[in-house]
Design a protein around this ligand. Structure first.
Ligand SMILES: Cc1ncc(COP(=O)(O)O)c(C=O)c1O
Length: 404
């Protein structure tokens, strides 16, 4: 690992040995099945891929694409992709049917509903995943219980309650809230639907990770329809790394010969993927404490043990970002230049674009820009994984001006 440290508060680690075994559970074949299943949900629609032509021209690259996940299933974030797929797989196990042989509406048949109505799904969340679990459970007539870490947004709590879950803000951090959810599921015989894996708990989080790939598959088609062959650069944000690992694992399978250069961005106070890369011993490492950041969705201290090796083997750069990077991205997307379309992007959704703009604009970050081969031929994609999931905070941030 090569360190490029503390420029404008940004710390980066360059991975000099990108290579590894491509994850079979994120192969093109697997992803095709996941997408086919999602498409049978009546709320399914591919989310927009917004091409910021004017910003790309201003920043001196060929394309900047933003996948707008605020439009996913009416949930204002991408997480419904993981929750619906994992819950469907859990129900298939219970009902002893193959997911290939059914579609989403199967679970709504009266005789099937009768068999699943007492299922309780339990999870911990900083907001988006819990809302998605509550939504998926409610759609199928099942119950859900959701725990949130201390300091969670009351608006996000209310959204989850309104979606039908029993939801609580606890007095522990995200990782301990996950342990609470596990204990509750064990105590009541419920099913834990957690969006992170640890040793001995891999099956459900792997289904969640597979669920996320639908957005990558959509994006590849959309990029091609726009006339680009493939992205040269991908910017992915990480909490526990399930989202980033799922997308990167799939891209590594699709673009075997020429994989895009991938950057993983995290908040500086919850940078467990960065810390794991820094340790350089191949293993995941945790960050503890309050994990304070405006990027609530990324405030996670313990890496997913299944997706960490994918990030370790296939990402070129790990970046620890101060909060201002996310705020800058939010404002750029909220106030587009020229004919570019506006994207409403929340704190955890906008850090990728914030980082892209800083890398392309800041003289101090020139070395990193060059090491990443960012230039006029670059076709960049990032994922705005949430909209204004805390509207008051969103408005407060976009009404401020950039400090850097
Ligand atoms: C909006 C948003 N983006 C990104 C992520 C990161 O996902 P992961 O924890 O899988 O890294 C989350 C996780 O909750 C999120 O809510």
């Amino acid at each position: 690992m090569e360190s490029i440290n503390d420029i404008c508060g940004i710390k980066a680690l360059l991975n000099n040995k990108v290579a590894g075994e491509r994850p079979g559970f994120l192969s093109e074949e697997e992803v095709k099945g996941v997408r086919k299943f999602h498409a049978t949900n009546e709320g399914y629609e591919a989310t927009p891929l917004v091409s910021l032509e004017c910003l790309a021209e201003k920043l001196g690259v060929s394309k900047i694409y933003v996948k707008d996940e605020s439009k996913r299933f009416g949930l204002n974030a991408f997480k419904g992709l993981g929750a619906t797929y994992a819950i469907a797989k859990l129900l298939c196990e219970k009902l002893e049917v193959d997911i290939e042989s059914i579609d989403y509406n199967y679970f709504k048949l009266p005789h099937v509903k009768e068999k699943i109505k007492d299922m309780v799904f339990v999870t911990a969340t900083d907001g988006n995943h819990g809302r998605a679990v509550a939504w998926a459970a409610a759609q199928l007539g099942c119950k859900s219980i959701v725990y949130m870490p201390k300091g969670s947004s009351l608006r996000r709590l209310q959204h989850i309650k309104d979606t039908g879950a029993d939801a609580f803000i606890t007095d522990v951090n995200y990782d301990d809230a996950v342990r609470l959810a596990k204990k509750k599921a064990d105590d009541i015989g419920g099913a834990l639907v957690q969006d992170t894996a640890w040793e001995g708990y891999e099956k459900v989080p792997n289904w969640i990770t597979q669920g996320y790939t639908t957005m990558a598959a959509e994006a590849i088609d959309q990029i091609k329809s726009d006339g680009s062959i493939r992205p040269t650069h991908i910017f992915l944000q990480a909490g526990v790394g399930s989202f980033a690992g799922g997308i990167l694992g799939y891209f590594a399978n699709v673009f075997k010969d020429e994989p895009p250069i991938t950057v993983i961005a995290e908040p500086e106070n919850a940078a467990c993927i960065y810390k794991s890369a820094l340790a350089d011993d191949g293993k995941p490492h945790s960050v503890t404490g309050d994990l304070n950041t405006i990027m609530a969705g990324l405030a996670c201290g313990e890496p997913n043990t299944v997706t960490w090796p994918i990030l370790r083997d296939f990402a070129q750069v790990f970046v620890s970002c101060p909060d201002y990077v996310a705020a800058k991205g939010m404002r750029l997307l909220a106030n587009p230049i020229g004919d570019d379309k506006k994207v409403i992007s929340g704190e955890s959704g906008a850090v990728g674009l914030g980082l892209i703009s800083l890398l392309l604009e800041k003289e101090e970050l020139k070395t990193l820009k060059e090491k990443l081969h960012l230039n006029e031929n670059s076709i960049i994609i990032c994922f705005s994984t949430e909209g204004d999931t805390d509207p008051e905070q969103y408005e407060a941030i976009i009404s401020q001006t950039d400090k850097q």
